[in-house]
Write a protein that binds this ligand. Structure first.
Ligand SMILES: *Cc1c(COP(=O)(O)O)cnc(C)c1O
Length: 407
């Protein structure tokens, strides 16, 4: 049970790959009074938000904002574009891809789950050539959508979405492309328009540095056209009524006002920094964390360096070590939360998040917590990951200085 009387000194280190640490600037923005969601002030906020949120997705097309977790936006993407019994092609990259597959089944779709054999699928990204080959076989074009996860949060592996687009085009297939970038957006490179994605699904509590409770569908013209034919039941998720209300900056129901203040602030923070700088910052953190894991002599879950996640790193435990026992010890001794192994990776690995309100020193503290915990758990380490990460961060300064010089 949550002990609300427990007030340890200092800050808890929330290094799970979402929810991520929320910057104070965003928490303060969210503490403003809740206003009338039908009033003029709200309409102005809504119009401003809807006018700029697309910059984060790199799209000029509409972005639907739901007061829901990412799972809701998964359902919305399918329910708005498809009809009962239709075939969709999904790719098994890990636990989140598996959950989305289960959701499609429960909605009454016929998902086909493509993947690499055995445990390999959970250590690599989407294989675009397998998608191309499968679509080429589908001469009757019964597959209506291809669904992939951009940043597989359960493993720390990204996927090449542009390559999936090219595969669909090379097969000459009209299937829609639906992409989950719930944990990739605003941490890993993402381009809705350029990559020809039809529905992009995202959420608030990962790269956007917000608390949980907002999710998104960015939609293409083709997806919008599909939504007019789609026959899966939907009401709360239906795009048409939301798009209509959005014209004035409103929603058909009560939106989560204070989270939208936070979203407004988050978008400003990201755009002020510049999306390229935001991405470079996460790449650099990820490289520092990997330097530590390599120095420990432990395995990284992702086996393809081309698609290492800038968002999180999965650390595989040696045979016989229970990753959850290590995590528990680190949590209890050092007030540091790490991500658990999910699904097929349960007990085999833990995950270090490097997203949200972090900096070099929060990551150094995180790695110190890991190193102490690994040693206390009896894991024999090849060397000091902390020293390796210190060397990496010292020798590779951030492209822009952390703080302007004092006179
Ligand atoms: C977090 C996450 C989800 C689930 O989102 P919820 O907000 O927990 O519903 C789905 N997919 C990916 C890739 C995620 O990281």
């Amino acid at each position: 049970m949550l002990n609300l009387d427990f007030h340890p000194t200092g800050r808890h280190f929330l290094q799970i790959p979402g929810p991520s640490p929320v910057p104070d600037r965003i928490l303060r923005a969210m503490s403003l009074p809740t206003i009338d969601h039908r009033g003029p002030e709200f309409g102005a906020l809504g119009r401003e938000l809807l006018g700029k949120v697309g910059k984060i997705f790199k799209t000029d097309k509409p972005v639907i904002i739901y007061p829901a977790s990412g799972t809701g936006a998964w359902e919305a993407a399918l329910a708005n574009t498809l009809s009962p019994g239709e075939q969709v092609l999904m790719f098994e990259t890990g636990h989140f891809a598996s959950l989305w597959h289960r959701l499609a089944l429960r909605l009454g779709l016929e998902p086909e789950f493509l993947g690499l054999p055995g445990a390999e699928g959970w250590r690599h990204g989407v294989q675009a050539d397998m998608i191309e080959a499968r679509l080429k076989q589908d001469t009757e074009q019964r597959i209506k959508a291809v669904c992939v996860v951009h940043n597989e949060t359960s493993t720390g592996v990204t996927s090449d979405i542009a390559a999936v687009r090219r595969a669909i085009d090379a097969a000459g297939h009209p299937a829609l492309l639906l992409v989950d970038t719930i944990s990739g957006l605003a941490s890993a490179d993402y381009r809705h328009d350029e990559w020809g994605v039809d529905v992009t699904i995202s959420g608030s509590q990962k790269g956007l540095m917000l608390p949980p409770g907002i999710s998104f569908n960015a939609i293409s013209d083709k997806a919008l056209a599909a939504s007019r034919e789609s026959r899966l039941p939907k009401s709360f998720w239906a795009w048409d009524e939301i798009l209509e209300a959005n014209q004035g900056g409103y929603w058909p129901y009560t939106p989560n006002t204070n989270l939208l203040y936070g979203l407004n602030e988050a978008i400003d923070m990201l755009l002020d920094e510049g999306m390229d700088n935001v991405l470079a910052r996460h790449q650099r953190w990820a490289a520092g964390v990997r330097a530590a894991v390599n120095a420990w002599g432990l395995e990284i879950q992702c086996q393809d360096p081309e698609v290492y996640s800038p968002v999180l790193t999965g650390v595989v435990m040696p045979e016989g070590v229970d990753a959850d026992a290590v995590r528990k010890l680190i949590y209890e001794r050092f007030d540091l939360s790490l991500g658990t192994g999910l699904g097929k990776a349960k007990g085999r690995m833990f995950r270090i998040g490097h997203l949200g309100d972090c900096n070099d020193l929060t990551l150094m503290a995180t790695l110190a917590g890991c190193e102490m915990g690994l040693k206390l758990s009896g894991v024999s380490l090849a060397g000091s990951g902390v020293e390796a990460a210190m060397a990496y961060f010292s020798e590779n300064p951030a492209p822009h200085v952390a703080r302007p010089a004092r006179d």
